[in-house]
Design a protein around this ligand. Structure first.
Ligand SMILES: NC(=O)c1ccc[n+]([C@@H]2O[C@H](COP(=O)([O-])OP(=O)(O)OC[C@H]3O[C@@H](n4cnc5c(N)ncnc54)[C@H](O)[C@@H]3O)[C@@H](O)[C@H]2O)c1
Length: 437
């Protein structure tokens, strides 16, 4: 049976490489649509967990893996020789930055090599990892074509950016519109046919490069706008004007304005990283990316701004950061998730530690720290929250606005609060111990 027919009858086997925040929900979406799925990951602990019906990404629901195991049509493996089994292979491996903020495409190229070793006639390969324009054509295509098989005739290759928003109740893999751009027209048609089976709205674009660049534009748009409000925060603070109230006021305009909010710095796998993929690639063309780099510079300055505010607030009480007991509330980079990747909380903790503060953290979603690429393992455990424990700290630094936090309780008992998220705006009673930062 040819590939298009297999896709339309949902007889095609869908393989996903990289079963993380992006790959696992994608695998589940195709499984729910009735396809047989085969997941690949280099991490055997993830494969063992999924095989025994355990889901390690809590926000996706406790029964995600056990439901698939029970339904059948589900397998996961670390054996990449099995890449010849799926009819469609979706690549969701990491695309981090190297030490010098250069793109690290080693995961993508290694995966392309893995696929090339197993590639057969009638397979569709789609790269979903966020990356700079031409990656699909320059990194993946040559490796697959070296097999002698011809793209657009023997196999198909496309780029389709993941737009996952972990923790969102409104948007998920199935209802977020999906862009698809192929290396050639047959590849676009085949990839659109596949995604249309599992995803509500699929939007074809004219090339893989358009799809790659669109994803970067989306994330750079956010990075730049976050930098803008972070700059506004600093300016308005000097003028003693509440930036949060200003944003609320501005957003009453029904057109031409979208609200972004300031914070202690950028976090997550995307916004702090993706813009640098474009700035790096632009250098090859001799084109400056001053706007993007300026946004990065402003956002990177935020943790130090917060520490300066904390240090001045302690100083005005005759205290120093050195020796102060500080509680950081929120380790995850955004509310109501357990994802700590690139979270500014780590930089805040590191800076406080360097200054000699005694730092604890609380995060109901992150009971203990674990090894991270940049910070190693801090060996910290989330401390319990109570009126007494809050009162025992010289300062409470609000880094993440988790819904479960009772800000009135915190405000009623803390000696000093440094609020980077506008979390305490609605608390009633005394406010002279709250510093917005
Ligand atoms: N997390 C998000 O919200 C999000 C949103 C949009 C796009 N993205 C992009 O999606 C891609 C994946 O991100 P993620 O958040 O899912 O990362 P992740 O770290 O959660 O998952 C990646 C998975 O790939 C596995 N892996 C690493 N190397 C591998 C290899 N060579 N072969 C097979 N598996 C391998 C890892 O073990 C891990 O399970 C990145 O390019 C990211 O920028 C992420």
């Amino acid at each position: 049976m040819d590939l298009l027919k297999k896709i339309q009858s949902r007889d095609a086997v869908v393989g996903v490489i990289g079963l993380g925040y992006v790959g696992l929900p994608l695998l589940a979406a195709f499984h729910r649509a009735g396809f047989s799925v085969l997941g690949f990951d280099v991490d055997p602990t993830k494969i063992d967990a999924l095989r025994s019906g355990q889901n390690y990404l809590k926000h996706l629901g406790a029964t995600l893996a056990s439901d698939m195991v029970r339904a059948g049509r589900f397998d996961v493996t670390t054996d990449f020789a099995r890449l010849k089994e799926p009819d469609a292979i979706l690549i969701c491996v990491p695309t981090p930055l190297g030490k010098h903020l250069e793109p690290d495409l080693s995961y993508v190229s290694r995966t392309a090599d893995d696929i090339a070793r197993a590639l057969r006639v009638g397979q569709l390969v789609v790269l979903e990892s966020t990356t700079y324009p031409r990656t699909t054509r320059d990194i993946v295509l040559p490796r697959l074509s070296a097999t002698g098989l011809v793209c657009g005739r023997d196999y198909f290759l496309a780029f389709s950016p993941e737009r996952e928003n972990p923790g969102s109740r409104e948007f998920n893999t199935v209802n977020i519109p999906k862009l698809v751009g192929g290396i050639d027209e047959p590849s676009t048609t085949t990839a659109v046919a596949l995604y249309s089976q599992a995803i509500e709205k699929v939007i074809p674009v004219s090339s893989a490069e358009v799809a790659e660049a669109a994803k970067l534009l989306e994330n750079i748009y956010r990075a730049v706008n976050i930098a803008l409000v972070n700059e506004m925060k600093v300016v308005l603070d000097a003028m003693d004007i509440d930036v949060w109230e200003v944003i609320d006021a501005a957003r009453t305009k029904p057109f031409g304005f979208q609200a972004f909010y300031p914070g202690p710095g950028l976090g997550g796998h995307c916004i702090p990283i993706d813009p640098y993929y474009l700035t790096w690639k632009a250098r090859e063309y001799g084109v400056p990316t001053r706007f993007i780099e300026l946004a990065g510079e402003i956002n990177h300055r935020m943790p130090q701004y917060v520490i300066d505010k904390l240090s001045r607030a302690l100083n005005s009480r005759g205290q120093s950061v050195h020796g102060a007991k500080v509680l950081v509330m929120g380790l995850a980079y955004k509310p109501d998730v357990d994802d700590v990747r690139e979270s500014p909380s780590f930089e805040l903790i590191e800076k406080l530690d360097d200054l000699g503060a005694r730092v604890d953290y609380n995060d109901p979603h992150v009971p203990a720290t674990h090894r991270m690429r940049k910070y190693g393992d801090l060996g910290m455990k989330s401390v319990p929250l109570s009126p007494e424990s809050i009162a025992s700290y010289d300062a409470v630094l609000i880094a993440t606005n988790h819904k479960v936090y009772d800000w009135q309780m915190v405000a009623d008992h803390a000696k000093l609060i440094i609020d980077t998220r506008g979390a305490t705006r609605k608390v009633i009673g005394r406010r002279d111990h709250i510093v917005m930062a």
